[in-house]
Write a protein that binds this ligand. Structure first.
Ligand code: GDP
Length: 181
C-alpha cells in the first residue's frame, strides 16, 4: 500500500560504546574505525518491516554522554517514538549507565514504559577475552524494564538491522497504530 510511517529513534549511551558506528553501519553499510563526530547527527533510512514502510529518523547523540547528566538532553526525549540504549559488552560502566538513562527518560516522559531496545555492542571483542557484561545480565536488565535486547557488532555487521527492527516492533507494541482503510 501507500502507507509510510515516520518514526523518530534516539540512540543513547555512554561515550565510545559505538553509537555512531551502529547507526552508520545501519544507514550507510560501512564501518569506520575512527569516527569521532563532535556534533549530533540525524540519519534517515526507509525500512520495510512486516510489509510496512517506515521512514526512520535516527538521532545519533554522539559526542555527548561523558556522564549520566549529559547523556540525556531533554530534547532527546521529546517527539521521540523509540529509544536505543547502547552499552558495550566490554564496559561494565557503560552497562551500569543504562538503567540510569532509562529511568531518566521514563521520568522525563512521565510514563511507566518506553519503547526501547537495549543493545550490547562490540561482541566481536568478546572472543578476545574482553567481555565484562554477560548476555544473561543484558537480558535480565531488558526483561526488568520490559525492553527488547540484542547483542551486536557494528564492525562485523552482526544484528545491526535487528536493533532497528526490534525498535519498530517495540514502538508498535506500545502504541499500536490503527490500520488504515
Ligand atoms: P560513540 O561515541 O558511542 O558514537 O562510539 P563510536 O561509534 O565513535 O565508536 C567508538 C570506538 O569503538 C571507535 O574506535 C569504533 O571504531 C569502535 N567500535 C564501534 N563499534 C565497534 C564494534 O562493533 N566492534 C569493535 N571492535 N569496535 C567498535
Amino acid at each position: 500500500g501507500d502507507i509510510l510511517k515516520k518514526r523518530k529513534i534516539a540512540v543513547l549511551g555512554s561515550r565510545s560504546v559505538g553509537k555512531s558506528s551502529l547507526v552508520i553501519q545501519f544507514t550507510e553499510n560501512q564501518f569506520i574505525e575512527s569516527y569521532y563526530p563532535t556534533i549530533e547527527n540525524t540519519f534517515s533510512k526507509s525500512v520495510n518491516y512486516k510489509g510496512v514502510d517506515y521512514d526512520c529518523d535516527i538521532i545519533d547523540t554522539a559526542g555527548q554522554g561523558k556522564d549520566e547528566y549529559s547523556i540525556l538532553n531533554s530534547k532527546h526525549a521529546i517527539g521521540i517514538h523509540g529509544f536505543v540504549l547502547v552499552y558495550s559488552v566490554t564496559s561494565r560502566n557503560s552497562f551500569d549507565m543504562i538503567q540510569i538513562v532509562y529511568d531518566k527518560i521514563v521520568n522525563f516522559c512521565g510514563i511507566k514504559e518506553i519503547p526501547c531496545v537495549i543493545v550490547g555492542s562490540k561482541i566481536d571483542l568478546s572472543q578476545r577475552g574482553s567481555r565484562q557484561v554477560q548476555p544473561t545480565e543484558g537480558e535480565g536488565l531488558a526483561r526488568a524494564n520490559h525492553a527488547a535486547w540484542v547483542e551486536t557488532s557494528a564492525k562485523n555487521n552482526i544484528n545491526v538491522a535487528k536493533v532497528f527492527e526490534l525498535c519498530l516492533a517495540e514502538i508498535e507494541r506500545q502504541a499500536p497504530t490503527k490500520a488504515e482503510p
